[in-house]
Design a protein around this ligand. Structure first.
Ligand SMILES: Nc1ncnc2c1ncn2[C@@H]1O[C@H](COP(=O)(O)OP(=O)(O)OP(=O)(O)O)[C@@H](O)[C@H]1O
Ligand SMILES: [Mg+2]
Length: 233
């Protein structure tokens, strides 16, 4: 059996702030196979974003292990962590996070340039991605000239421009109307199959969860049912 793309082993995350101690994740274990599309559902505050942040290596667990693409994130050097964040995971948030002073294609090209690509090659790849998300005609537009759905499709293109094996999406449809939301989910489902990108999607929406091959329910920082075995698609 091939190693899972994402593996959490007994992961806890405790926040200690001035306001008190919050257990965001309480001993969570999870395996996501390469090429799976998994939705994380559960009420506000149950730990969905926290889990995504740990997989993205933008935060670290209080205890337990997080493995992504064969790497134990807690054991990486700072330089390896920077490379991991740049090349191995793409992230899409609820609020578009496009840089307002860059055009659509420049936003998509930026991660490719940061990864050391030549400006010409980065531009070509960005334009190719804009075609893939049906926004070639918006390449020179500024973010403020785009609809919410368009900005989210551009955010997906930007997240995938360096061809990471993992895409993390935190409520990507939370700010869209139902038509734009469905379009975005269809795009994610297509990319999951077409590019074999492994997707972990946090959502409140049952509709959004139907795009996924497997749905996990989180409550108070723990999974509600056993989730050790990926469901074959
Ligand atoms: N930096 C932090 N410091 C202290 N507590 C935090 C911090 N980040 C998150 N929390 C707490 O951890 C818990 C889990 O938060 P998280 O953001 O993961 O929930 P969520 O499931 O994504 O919720 P939502 O659906 O509202 O986005 C919450 O109780 C939250 O208040
Ligand atoms: Mg959240």
């Amino acid at each position: 059996m091939t190693a899972p793309m994402i593996r959490l082993v007994n992961v806890s995350k405790v926040y200690n702030s001035a306001a008190g101690r919050v257990v965001a994740l309480a001993g969570v274990s999870l395996e996501v196979a390469a090429g799976e599309f998994v939705a994380l559902m559960g009420p506000s505050g149950c730990g969905k974003s926290t889990l995504l942040h740990l997989v993205a290596a933008v935060d670290f667990p209080t205890s337990g292990e997080v493995w992504v693409d064969g790497q134990h994130l807690g054991r990486l050097t700072d330089a390896a962590l920077s490379r991991f964040r740049r090349d191995r995971v793409g992230i899409v948030y609820q609020f578009y996070n496009l840089l307002p002073t860059l055009s659509a294609w420049e936003n998509v090209a930026l991660p490719a340039i940061l990864a050391g690509g030549s400006p010409g090659e980065a531009r070509a790849r960005a334009l190719e991605w804009l075609r893939r998300v049906d926004l070639a005609q918006r390449a020179e537009h500024w973010p403020h000239e785009l609809s919410g759905g368009e900005m989210q499709r551009i955010a997906v293109a930007r997240a995938l421009v360096n061809r990471p094996p993992v895409l993390l999406a935190d409520e990507p449809t939370g700010n869209l109307d139902s038509v734009a939301g469905r379009d975005l989910l269809r795009l994610l489902a297509e990319l999951n199959i077409e590019r074999r990108v492994t997707i972990l999607l946090a959502t409140h929406s049952g509709d959004a969860a139907t795009a996924a091959g497997r749905v996990l329910q989180l409550k108070d920082g723990a999974f509600m049912a056993s989730t050790a075995t990926p469901v074959p698609r």
